[in-house]
Design a protein around this ligand. Structure first.
Ligand code: SF4
Ligand code: SF4
Length: 439
């Protein structure tokens, strides 16, 4: 059933989209690089524990690191070859982490999990498969998916929302997944619904994707238990709290989770990963991502083995233009600028952007105009201008009491600020203080 709604959530912005650079580019597969470097933390929890050592032979899909605690996930090899070293490398966040380096032998031998029967698989088997396949949420936070699919018994879940918004500019990965793997997206959602014993599925999609809406609408005609809800295009509609508000009109209270209002949100890419893990036995070894921006010669949508470097990806896309200025992993609003092209692609990498001087536009900051725009656009109703003033004066405790920790770093306030104040960077500093001091 298709429902088109005009309402959305309070606040937000509508930046220039730039989706035309890649929206018609079908996925291509990046050939396996000669050497890859696979970080042992590609999820929220502790580093996974390596179970291979130098000179071990691995195949595509071999388990190379085991999960380590509650919100950790196992890691599998995306290439066949020899473990050449286990050493520290940088991640996109700028932190160093232990990583397993594998030299490819081009044999392409595989060691996948046993495929399971889609029609008869039980809820417990789905959750176990999601866990052993190392699937993490592909919407950004990289939370291990099996944990989300196992809510505490006292939380009654009544809706699964599949997030097909893709509200960040430039990114077209989710859009292409819907176009190219429509049935697998739906079957993945049905597996999530079966695993959680929930009968109401919803796909929330923004109205700037008419071709994807058409395909989903046709494919969903036989599935009355799944609604397709078309939302007004607005950033950050893809944030879980905003999506739940827009789709179901439910508010997730500050400090609470979607499951506290009876909802689990998953990304379309995660649904396809679950389908692949169940039906084909393929663990989480590839990242589906968009490579875009005016600073890359040939923008593309790619399927990339995890552990491939940004350099490998950029070279496959024709290299940088002469006016390339900044490389960002993720979208332009929430992504991280990079200082080193050897940074590896991880499971949750959604995009690699190369932006030119024209797109980066570094404009000097001026004094706050007290215009209040940042307050009116903040989707979480927090007061960026006041918080930032406190943080700049090192009055961290007061900022913590005013809920700086709730900021999701969406960048909406900084994007809108006419004084070009880097509000998010200050807010991040305040959040780090609050986290360290447990306030
Ligand atoms: S970055 Fe934080 S303060 Fe700014 S708009 Fe987003 S949630 Fe609000
Ligand atoms: S948008 Fe910028 S200039 Fe306006 S109140 Fe907020 S911080 Fe000050």
């Amino acid at each position: 059933m298709l429902i088109s709604i005009k309402k959305s959530f309070k606040g937000g912005v509508h930046p220039e989209e730039y989706k035309e650079l890649t929206k018609d580019k079908a996925f291509e597969k990046l050939p396996n690089p000669v050497e890859i470097s696979i970080p042992l933390s590609q999820h929220l929890g502790k580093e996974s524990i390596p179970i291979v050592k130098k000179n071990d032979k691995v195949k595509i899909g071999t388990l190379i690191a085991a999960e380590n605690g509650f919100i950790s996930a196992p890691i599998h090899s995306p290439t066949a070859g020899i473990v050449s070293s286990i050493t520290k490398t940088f991640l996109q966040t700028g932190f160093q982490i232990s990583s397993i380096q594998i030299k490819s032998d081009s044999s392409n031998e595989t060691e996948f999990l046993q495929p399971l029967d889609y029609d008869s698989i039980s809820p417990q088997q789905i959750i176990q498969r999601v866990r052993e396949a190392g699937i993490v949420g592909l919407g950004g936070a990289a939370f291990p998916t099996y944990v989300k699919l196992s809510p505490p018994a006292n939380k009654k879940i009544d809706h699964i929302i599949l997030n097909a918004c893709e509200c960040e500019p430039y990114l077209t990965r989710d859009y292409r997944i819907i176009l190219e793997r429509t049935d697998d997206v739906i079957k993945g959602l049905l597996l999530i619904m079966r695993a959680t014993n929930v009968n109401n599925g919803v796909i929330g999609i923004e109205d700037n994707k008419p071709a994807a809406i058409k395909k989903l609408k046709e494919a969903l005609s036989n599935y009355p238990q799944i609604k397709l809800i078309v939302l007004k295009t607005k950033y950050p509609q893809g944030a879980e709290k905003m999506l739940i508000k827009a789709v179901l009109g439910r508010e997730v209270p500050p400090g609470k989770l979607p499951l506290d209002v009876g909802v689990i949100v998953q990304n379309v890419g995660t649904a396809v990963s679950i389908y692949d893990a169940v039906v084909k036995g393929i663990p989480s070894i590839y990242a589906y991502l968009t490579v875009s921006g005016k600073g890359i010669k040939d923008p593309k949508n790619l399927i990339v083995p995890i552990g491939a470097s940004i350099k490998d990806v950029v070279e496959f896309c024709g290299g940088l233009t002469d006016d390339a200025k900044r490389i960002v992993i993720g979208g332009p609003m929430m992504g991280f600028a990079q200082f080193d092209l050897s940074i590896p692609v991880t499971k949750a990498t959604s995009g690699i952007l190369v932006l030119t001087e024209e797109e980066v536009k570094e404009i000097p900051e001026t004094n706050c105009l007290r215009c209040g725009i940042c307050v009116s656009v903040c989707p979480l109703n927090i007061t960026p201008t006041r918080l930032v003033r406190l943080i700049q004066k090192k009055r961290f405790e007061e900022a913590a009491k005013l809920n700086v920790s709730l900021c999701m770093e969406c960048g909406t306030c900084a994007y809108s600020c006419p004084a070009y104040i880097p509000l998010v960077q200050w807010l991040r500093l305040g959040k780090q203080w609050a986290l360290k001091n447990k306030v």
